[in-house]
Design a protein around this ligand. Sequence first.
Ligand SMILES: O=C(O)CCC(=O)C(=O)O
Ligand SMILES: [Fe+2]
Length: 278
Amino acid sequence: MPGVDGTRYPLHEPGGQRWQAAVTAARAELAADGCCVLRGFIRPELLGTLRSEGAALAPHAYYTVQDVNAYNIPLDTQLPEDHPGRIVLRRGNAFVARDLIPRQALIHQLYTDTRFQRFVADCFGLTELHEYTDPLAGLCLNVVAPGNSHPWHFDTNEFTVSMLTQEPEDGGVFEYCPNIRSREAENLADVRAVLTGGGERFIRRLELRPGDLQLFQGRFSLHRVAPVAGAVQRHSAIFAYSDTPGLIGTAERTRQLFGRVLPDHLAVGEIRGDQLLD
Ligand SMILES: O=C(O)CCC(=O)C(=O)O
Ligand SMILES: [Fe+2]
């Protein structure tokens, strides 16, 4: 298993006793607040490789600073006066797309490993888990440079798997508001409170370390990477999966994230399971 601490996370023994124990613990954390951190998922002796592979990729990220809102809908969308979607945020994170990440890189090996996928699916309680068909968005390195942040947002995808590969010197904390909205309700007043600085009661903060694996249900939990400080970039690998096969992003969203599109993006629309904004 590429780099994984097989003693704590025996992915090579699917269904075994220790495997079940790890899955049960992860499920309990996810049920409690939509987030679970599997500490020390990568073996300590590989943390240097994890970091340096990401650092070599970071210069290839698509760097832009964009004005966005928490729902990632166009800023000129007609919304009521007090709608939190009217609050403009500055997005300063940059993504390295999947087609630039070498197949032998630790994060690429993990993303495509069927035992890893089986384990993650079970933690989320899913019978199926599929890599994106999208040639750019399935696996990314998220780069947040000093002075920038990845502002408050909801994910389009219900299940997100990520891993810090390089820690910033200061700041860059992952903050999230567990289940601040649901499939049925946007809870706009609560979201607004967080975006305007009065929502401390909703916010939790994670102490992530490189090599920890984070499982997260980001469609319902508003979250951000707080501004990074110091001299070192924050790098995280984003492993995107779906319970439906064939997922490809729209051309518009792809251009926004990666600065380019491929023929696949021009050919298909996006599959969406609910009617929430974003
Ligand atoms: O980089 C992270 O830790 C979180 C990234 C994130 O929220 C996202 O890519 O949607
Ligand atoms: Fe996110």
